[in-house]
Design a protein around this ligand. Sequence first.
Ligand code: HEM
Length: 376
Amino acid sequence: HVWHPRRIQGHFRRQGISGPPRRLLAGGNAGEIRRMYARAAQSPRKPEFRHDVPGSVAPHYAQWSARYGQSWIPVIATSVANMLDRWEVLNQKNSEFEIDVHKECHNFSADVISRVAFGSNFEEGKRIFQLQEEQIPLVSMALRSLYIPGFRFLPTANNRKRWKLNKEIRESLQTLIQIIDECKTFYFAGKETTANALTWAILLLALHHDWQVKAREEVTSTCGMQKHPDAEDLNRFKLVGMILKETLRLYSPAALINRMTCKDVELGGINIPAGTFLYMPVISIHHDAEFWGPDADEFNPLRFSNKGENPAAFFPFGLGQRICVGQNLANIELKLALSMILQRFEFVLSPSYVHAPRLLMTIEPQFGAQVLLRKI
Ligand code: HEM
């Protein structure tokens, strides 16, 4: 009873998440919560009919979240900082040095999804990510090849390899937690998409140096060159936000969204029978000159400067009931990582970078994303 809360508190502290101090033998923070409610109830009645409800209804949340912050940001910032510290070590001669940011971004987003969703770090989840990475080309091939009913049950070499990987992933996760399939989606959806979005954002800013300079100015004028951005800083990063949207438009990691009709439907005046496999071509809609104008294929973050977005033309996170549950996390993660990279490094494309976007479940640079960095 006494040790368990301390262990839990230690567990969160190690991940950079602090909270109110624990009171020994007082039922955790229950006493403090009771006092906060009592104070809220005694505070003078307000003459006006105002709607600032949370302070009276959830006083402990209002006060603690203001004092200790919301949890993702410091955790993710620690993860970015670890990556950037490693980059600095590579830069011992204090000159320009090359990094494949594609690999780096994958390790980073793997670390983040492990920490925020599973409470472990990348080292512990490594085997699961390796196995899922091996699965990507197999699944990608299976999706593209001719469909023969029952084929996926035949013991072909490819299928046997898929089954074996699946079994190993399942066994690795079983030791961690019980809701296996949800966890597989979380690991995969949380890592690949975000890693590739960050990779493309870095490549685009390496190519468009003017935007890199403007974005860096925005970041450093808001929170300097040292401080890890907090939630309020992130809200002020308008240009960084526009750059990320433009990245998600041009290189939408989820390039195609699949659906299978479960009953006969009519769509746009066409009858579609049950069991038809449909693609929503997100990437093509994001590049449609009819909607975006003649510069649809150009990098122009300004197009996101004022007007609200049209969800029929811009939906990198999907739409409707199955919209991405990780959208919020992804946006915070991308903004934090990009702004912290801008604080510490200047970068240009390396001559060894070869532009070859390809779809392998998500859109990735086929030969890596080599950029030359220089510490600021
Ligand atoms: C830039 C990053 C990301 C992009 C572009 C993205 C995109 C998407 C899209 C388009 C869908 C809908 C798929 C469909 O309708 O069939 C989706 C679903 C999903 N995403 Fe993301 N995602 C991103 C990051 C994340 C992260 C960080 C997580 C993990 C926390 C995550 C977890 C999920 C899950 C669990 C679903 C399935 C939701 C459901 O079916 O109800 N995603 N994502």
